[in-house]
Design a protein around this ligand. Structure first.
Ligand SMILES: [Zn+2]
Length: 159
C-alpha cells in the first residue's frame, strides 16, 4: 500500500510558535459541501505536553463550549502528542473567528467552570471517566491564555 500524504506530518513542528490556531485545509465533499480542518495548538510541540487527565477534561468542555460559540462544529479531538486539538467544522471558516472562540472557551474554563459543569464524567458517558482533572484543565487554560493565542502558526499574531 502506498503511504497517504497527511498534511499534519508535513508541518515542521520545530518552526511553529504555540499557542495558535492554524487552518489546515478546506476540503470539498462529493455533494459540494465543504469542511474546514483546524490545528488548535495549545502548547509548544516537543517542549510541553498537557497531562492526559487535564487534556481529557478540556476535550469534554470544548465539545460544548466551542459549539455554543461557532456554527457547524463537527468534532474537536485531542492530538495523541497532547499538544492540542483538531477542530473540524462544516463550511469554510475563518481561523480568527475560531481563535476568538477558543480564547473565550478557555477563559470560561479558567474562570467559571466548576466540576458539576463538566459533561460526561460518569461510567456511562465516558470511556475513561476516572481520568479527568478540572484542576489541571484550569491551570493549563490560564497558562495558554497568559501566552495569548496567535492566528498565525509561525509569527505571533495574538488576538
Ligand atoms: Zn471522556
Amino acid at each position: 500500500m502506498p503511504q497517504a500524504n497527511v498534511e499534519s506530518f508535513e508541518l515542521d513542528h520545530t518552526a511553529v510558535k504555540a499557542p495558535y490556531v492554524r487552518k489546515i485545509t478546506v476540503e470539498n465533499g462529493p455533494a459540494g459541501d465543504k469542511i474546514t480542518n483546524f490545528d488548535l495548538r495549545l502548547v509548544q510541540p516537543n517542549e510541553e505536553a498537557i497531562g492526559m487527565a487535564g487534556l481529557h477534561t478540556i476535550e469534554h468542555l470544548l465539545a460544548g463550549l466551542l459549539r455554543t460559540r461557532l456554527s457547524g462544529v463537527i468534532d474537536c479531538s485531542p492530538f495523541g502528542c497532547q499538544t492540542g486539538f483538531h477542530l473540524i467544522t462544516w463550511g469554510e471558516q475563518d481561523n480568527t473567528e475560531v481563535a476568538k472562540a477558543l480564547k473565550s472557551a478557555l477563559e470560561e474554563i479558567a474562570n467559571d467552570i466548576e466540576w458539576a459543569d463538566v459533561p460526561g464524567t460518569n461510567i456511562e458517558s465516558c470511556g475513561n471517566y476516572k481520568n479527568h482533572s478540572l484542576f489541571s484543565a484550569k491551570e493549563w487554560a490560564k497558562l495558554i491564555l497568559s501566552r495569548g493565542i496567535s492566528t498565525d502558526p509561525f509569527e505571533r499574531q495574538v488576538i
